[in-house]
Design a binder for this molecule. Structure first.
Ligand code: NAP
Length: 256
C-alpha cells in the first residue's frame, strides 16, 4: 500500500460541509480517519462541523469557497493541499434549490442551480483530480438526487442532478486507469434545512411533510444525513476500487 492510499494519511474535501448532508459526511469521513477539508461559501459557517470533528479527535480544516467560481475553487484546492495534504477524496455535495414551475422559472433560477451543481462539480473535480492522478489513487462522490428522474417544480434541479450522473460516468471512464473511481449518490427525502425550506415554500408544516413523505417510502421513514454519509464512507473506502461510474439511489426503496 502506498502512503497516498493509506487511510491514515488521506485528505478528503467535502463541499457544502457546513450543514446537512455535507456536515454528516465530513464527520463520518473524519471518524473513518481521513483529514477533512470542510468547504462552504462562508468559512465561518463551518465552525459547528469543525468543532464536532475536533471534539471526536478528528482532523479538519475550514475553507471558504464558492464552488461555482473557478478562481475560488483553484485557491481552495491549493489551500487544502498545502495545509492538510493532497486531496485523494472529493465529495461534491454543495447544492441549492430555486424551485418554480416552468412558466414561472426565471433565467436566474436556472443559471444559479446549474452553476452550483454542474459547474461546481466540474470545477472541483478538475482541480482535485490533478492530485489524485499524481497519487494513483482517488475517490470522487457526487450528490445527485431522485429528482434527476423528474420532479414537479424542479426543471432546473432535475436537469442538474441528471447532468451530475453524466459527468460521474464520464469521470469514471477517464480517470479509472489512474486508480480514481467516480460514483454518484441519488438520495430521496433526507431531513435537512433544504427539505425544511421546500416544505415551508409549499406552506407545509415540516413534521407533516416528513410524516407524509415516510408513508410513501418502503422503509417507513425519511432519510437522515447519516444514511448518506454511511454510503459515502463505503464508496471512498480502499475496498471499493472496483465500483465506479455507478448511481446509487438511497431513498429507502426503489425509485421508478
Ligand atoms: P443544505 O442543507 O441546503 O446544505 C447545502 C450546503 O451547500 C449549505 O451549507 C450551502 O451553504 C452550501 N452551498 C450552497 N452553494 C454553495 C456554493 N456555491 N459553494 C459552496 N457551498 C455552497 O442541503 P442538503 O439537504 O444537505 O443537500 C446536500 C446535497 O444533497 C445537495 O447537493 C442536494 O441537492 C443533495 N440532495 C439533498 C436531498 C435532501 O432531501 N436533502 C435529496 C437529494 C439530494 P449556504 O448555507 O451558505 O448556502
Amino acid at each position: 500500500m502506498t502512503a497516498a492510499a493509506s487511510p491514515a494519511t488521506r485528505t478528503a474535501i467535502v463541499t457544502g460541509g457546513a450543514r446537512g448532508i455535507g456536515a454528516a459526511i465530513s464527520r463520518r469521513l473524519a471518524a473513518d480517519g481521513l483529514a477533512v477539508a470542510v468547504v462552504d461559501l462562508d468559512e465561518s459557517s463551518c465552525t459547528t462541523t469543525l468543532e464536532a470533528i475536533r471534539a471526536d479527535g478528528g482532523t479538519a480544516l475550514a475553507v471558504g469557497a464558492d464552488v461555482a467560481d473557478e478562481a475560488s475553487v483553484e485557491a481552495a484546492v491549493a489551500t487544502v493541499a498545502d495545509e492538510l495534504g493532497a486531496p485523494s477524496v472529493l465529495v461534491n455535495n454543495a447544492g441549492i434549490t430555486r424551485d418554480n414551475l416552468l412558466f414561472k422559472m426565471t433565467v436566474d433560477d436556472w443559471d444559479s442551480v446549474m452553476a452550483v451543481h454542474l459547474r461546481g462539480t466540474f470545477l472541483m473535480s478538475r482541480a482535485a483530480q490533478k492530485h489524485m492522478v499524481a497519487a494513483g489513487f482517488g475517490r470522487i462522490v457526487n450528490l445527485s438526487s431522485v429528482s434527476a428522474l423528474g420532479n414537479r417544480g424542479q426543471a432546473n434541479y432535475a436537469a442538474a442532478k441528471a447532468g451530475i450522473q453524466g459527468i460521474t460516468k464520464t469521470l469514471a471512464i477517464e480517470l479509472g486507469r489512474y486508480g480514481v473511481t467516480a460514483n454518484a449518490i441519488a438520495p430521496g427525502f433526507i431531513e435537512t434545512e433544504m427539505t425544511a425550506a421546500t416544505a415551508a415554500r409549499m406552506g407545509m408544516d415540516f413534521e407533516e411533510a416528513k410524516r407524509l413523505g415516510a408513508e410513501q417510502i418502503p422503509v417507513g421513514r425519511v432519510g437522515q444525513p447519516e444514511d448518506i454519509a454511511h454510503l459515502v464512507s463505503y464508496l471512498v473506502s480502499e475496498g471499493a476500487g472496483f465500483v465506479s461510474g455507478q448511481v446509487i439511489y438511497a431513498a429507502g426503496g426503489p425509485k421508478t
